[in-house]
Design a protein around this ligand. Sequence first.
Ligand SMILES: *[C@@H]1O[C@H](CO)[C@@H](O)[C@H](O)[C@H]1NC(C)=O
Ligand SMILES: *[C@@H]1O[C@H](CO)[C@@H](O)[C@H](O)[C@H]1NC(C)=O
Ligand SMILES: *[C@@H]1O[C@H](CO)[C@@H](O)[C@H](O)[C@H]1NC(C)=O
Length: 451
Amino acid sequence: MARCHYRRALICVCSPCIFLLVLFLFLGIMVCSNMNKTTRSIHFVASGSFKNKNFASMPKTFWKLHEEAFWNQLQLTLDRQFNPILNPQNAYMRFRSHAFYVSLMSRSFSEVTDLDPVRRKMEQLPLQMQDFVSHMKRRSYPVLIQPADMTCGAGAVDEKEPPLLLLAIKSTALNFENRQAIRQTWGQAGWVATRGMDGRPRQKVGGYIRRVFLLGKEYPRDSEWDISELLQEEGEQYGDILQWDFNDTFFNLTLKDVLFWNWFSRQCSKTRFVFKGDDDVFVNTVNMITYLHNQLEKPNAEHIMNEFMVGDVISAAFPNRVHQSKYFVPDSFYKGLYPTYAGGGGVVYSGQLAKRLHNISGRVHLFPIDVFVGMCMARLNAHPIHHSGFLTFDFPYNEDKEPCAYHTILLVHKRSPKQLIELWDKLSKSKNQCRFVSLRVSNKRKNTRIN
Ligand SMILES: *[C@@H]1O[C@H](CO)[C@@H](O)[C@H](O)[C@H]1NC(C)=O
Ligand SMILES: *[C@@H]1O[C@H](CO)[C@@H](O)[C@H](O)[C@H]1NC(C)=O
Ligand SMILES: *[C@@H]1O[C@H](CO)[C@@H](O)[C@H](O)[C@H]1NC(C)=O
């Protein structure tokens, strides 16, 4: 009798142990097999659908991305740090201090660059890429010029509510003319009214716009004079210059995103939306404000805003392997398709998302082109929305010749400063005539673009 009780107690105590042991073994085998497999399967599949949620994106378990290319390998070691099974404490401490990320990043860097085959591969990269690699660990650069009084861009006077839209425009020191044209046209700060169903402005319904230009540093060549003083004066006059102390090159452009998110999170916490784009685009500001206002009026707006990003969405793009292209990325640097991303010519996202991007960006190694934002989005498991009003590759055919063409868009790339001024004038003159045209809706979209 006593023996029997003893055995039952033993079973009671041990069966959960055995169950846990089996579970652990199973999980262990799963993790190991995922890490060691060297399959070359493609992770993103073009779906051919233009429903946003069907777009191919990165796998949710991002530690699965394992290929031999330099960037992939760097990212893999970083992602392992956030693997909830290997490092539960890292994975669940969702957003830790900056120093924590910096130390993990350097660790992954030294792990990878200590490998001989990787080092050899690095030496074969094009010079520009090598330069990128040798600086890619660094993300903090001093601010040289910024809007005075810690304001979130130009246009902060007499605002009666938090700004609706901050225009954050990538520019370079020498593009003074572009900035001036934008200030006079679509980039004017202040109150903008939305357009009602009848095509007329709804004076009381709209939002405040602010503006800031994002710049790196231009180093004078012998033949040129130093324009940093002029830029300083420009900043004082307009209050819309935000400049950091890094060489303003094409491969350093993603630094502008990372540093901007940091600045935004500190300075602009109440701003509802951010437009981030180039200084050679034309934006139909009234349409933009109207479109954004409509998003805020949706019943589940709060929820939508958590991951709201809209633009010309490109999914499952191949890296560009053409040596002469400025987008060239060799396969020794990056392998696989790119995650879904919105073309960098111009994109709009919520302030809430900007803050989340700021946090997650510490877990993603810098990438030389604007796919970087898509990589951060993938890690937030957030999906950009495609809108055909973003013409980052200009109008199809000759559609811009139609009298109301510019009333149907949110943005078009690319236009010179002179064209911006002409277009702005034309837009205002044809306001009445084009009152009833509505925003473009797409009937087709390209899924794969080499970029
Ligand atoms: C980026 O800027 C840093 C700081 O000025 C510079 O050292 C580096 O060469 C730049 N990187 C590229 C790829 O131009
Ligand atoms: C900045 O980058 C350009 C282009 O890569 C390069 O020619 C120039 O020497 C760099 N300047 C500095 C000061 O690093
Ligand atoms: C970002 O991280 C900071 C701490 O580093 C945290 O206080 C903040 O709530 C986070 N923001 C978001 C939007 O997750």
